[in-house]
Ligand binder design. Structure first.
Ligand code: ADP
Length: 536
């Protein structure tokens, strides 16, 4: 028997319509060098309509790729709303990629139009001759002197009238594409549909995840080119959540000021950002983060000390989220279960998270056998569900799938209540004497020492043990902590044979284009002899 329920497609245009009407007065704030600007959701949606009219006039059609090379700001949000709703495909470009990688991705995706922020025009100018398929470049402000034709965004949309007749689309049509940041090989394109975006947004409003709602104002530090700012732009418009867009002001001090001035209720970003916020807040006696109901830290393991420090020093709870470009990204959030004491809660917050309804998860071993969900068996996480990718755009990668499940490359355990614990990415694990050492556990633990600002652990070759851990540390400014002291400190937390004997102290750690520790770069620095290593 078939149900009699209606089957209206899940389209992004209806998220736009909903937010435009229901949350017309909600605001988007954008940090600029001359202060904070703001606009209402009604303004943003109307400008999105004008943009759609202008793009249509320019010749943008169904399935055409419209790329952005932009920071988090209001205009970027307008593009997010307009492009998929008119049936074209939004392609968000990572502003921190190397020029060659950027050109590769633009060509691979066949981008036809690029909308760019003024201070990123030089980056685009550098690759202009290598991207012949790009027909139009639209600049969100004064472009300066460039030897090619550009369109001014404001002029482009001003002449258009309000209203746009958003087309009827298939919910499975492509809406947005995003390339992986390429830490595990060539960047690969992941295509999100209208349907996957809807379902992911709904899941993000659920109280079992981050519960975005119209009682929230969200500081969106995660870039809109990093998995669509974790989907938060669409979720915000759907749920009436106000957004604070920091543009390029991503250091601890300006973020602290934004939090104190605009009092967001939640904030999204990778752990390295929150570490910098902790540092900045530590230096100010009037630091006040109490407006935040949660900080969502994801994209990399969140150290226990960070969760404790936010709670004890600032009264703020940190939630951890797990996801990847291939998974839209939210899959799991470390919401503690009911009934655990405040103290015991942290044991849940340090986990990668509990899998949300809609995503199926399993652990497998090297032979592909499914392992027990007992919190003990260690294997690779595999996922499937309506917002998990089933392939890549224009690239074959059968090794990343098994029987319709996405192989994540993340290794860890899954407990009977659905909490994932990540011990490592497969390629970052350290194999010592036939046993595995978790680089994640070593680095998140050593970062708990008060003399350590940041630390990353990578495998280095070893004649006797095959591989051994090398711990690379950035000390806090006033610290002169030694390798001996740090090894001693670690010894109270991890097995003796895990303790690194190789240490290196550096001024800063290399980061990936989305702000995670760049272990590939660290391994290369070591191989090239560019790290001064102390062996105990
Ligand atoms: P990149 O591959 O360049 O890091 P992604 O943002 O897609 O780009 O990264 C996804 C990966 O980030 C996951 O496979 C996982 O290894 C890591 N990750 C994400 N969230 C967490 C988390 N909470 N704990 C540990 N690792 C995480």
């Amino acid at each position: 028997m078939r149900s009699t329920m209606q089957d209206a497609p899940l389209l992004i245009r209806d998220i736009v319509r909903h937010g435009q009407w229901m949350y017309a007065d909600k605001r988007v704030f954008t940090a600029t060098p001359s202060g904070m600007l703001s606009a209402t959701f009604a303004d943003v949606a109307q400008r999105a309509e004008k943009l759609a009219s202008a793009l249509a006039r320019l010749g943008v059609q169904r399935d055409d790729r419209v790329a952005t090379l932009m920071w988090n700001n209001q205009t970027h949000m307008e593009v997010y709303l307009a492009v998929p709703s008119m049936g074209a495909i939004l392609h968000t470009l990572n502003v921190r990629l190397f020029p060659e990688q950027l050109a590769f991705i633009i060509n691979h995706a066949s981008d036809k139009v690029i909308i760019v922020d003024p201070n990123l025009v030089p980056l685009l100018a550098g690759i202009k001759e290598h991207i012949p398929g790009v027909e139009h470049i639209i600049v969100n402000g004064p472009a300066g002197d460039v030897p090619f034709e550009v369109i001014d965004y404001e002029e482009f949309i001003t002449a258009e009238g309000p209203g746009f007749d958003w087309p009827d689309l298939d919910e499975k049509d492509a809406a947005v594409m995003c390339y992986t940041s390429g830490t595990t090989g060539d960047p690969k394109g992941v295509v999100y549909s209208h349907r996957s975006t809807w379902l992911h947004s709904m899941a993000s409003t659920s109280a079992n995840s981050i519960a975005l709602s119209d009682r929230d104002r969200c500081l969106l530090v995660v870039p809109m080119f990093h998995v669509n700012a974790w989907g938060a732009v669409y979720t915000a418009f759907m749920a009436g959540t106000e957004l604070i867009m920091p543009q390029m002001f991503l250091q601890g001090e300006p973020l602290l000021n934004m939090i104190m001035d605009l009092r967001p209720t939640l904030a999204l970003g990778v752990p390295t950002i929150w570490n910098d916020l902790l540092r900045a807040a530590g230096g100010r006696s009037d630091a006040d983060l109490t407006s935040l109901r949660i900080i969502l830290a994801g994209g990399a393991a969140v150290p226990r000390f960070m969760i404790e420090a936010f709670r004890e020093r600032h009264g703020v709870d940190v939630l951890q989220g797990w996801g990847m470009t291939e998974t839209s990204p939210l899959v799991a959030v470390s919401t503690p279960p009911m009934g655990v004491s405040r103290e015991h809660e942290i044991d849940y917050r340090v986990k990668a998270g509990r899998v949300m309804a809609g995503v199926e998860v399993r652990l497998t071993n090297d032979e592909g056998e499914v392992l027990a969900r007992d919190g003990v068996a260690v294997g690779e996480f595999e996922l499937r569900g309506p917002w998990i990718t089933a392939g890549y755009f224009g690239a074959e990668a059968p090794e990343l799938f098994r029987d319709g499940w996405l192989r994540t490359g993340d290794i860890g355990t899954l407990d009977p209540h659905g909490y994932m614990v990540i011990t490592d990415r497969a390629k970052d694990m350290i194999k010592s004497g036939g046993e595995w050492i978790s680089s994640v556990e070593l680095e998140t633990t050593v970062q708990g020492h008060e003399g350590v600002f940041e630390a990353a652990v990578v495998a280095i070759p070893d004649d006797r043990w095959q591989e051994r851990p090398l711990c690379v540390v950035v000390r806090t400014p006033e610290s002169d902590v030694s390798a001996h002291e740090l090894r001693e400190y670690l010894s109270t937390f991890v097995a003796k044979w895990w303790l690194p004997e190789h240490w290196s102290f550096v001024e800063s750690l290399p980061k990936t284009s989305v702000g995670k520790f760049d272990k590939r770069a660290l391994r290369r620095l070591f191989a090239e002899g560019q790290l001064q290593v102390e062996t105990l």
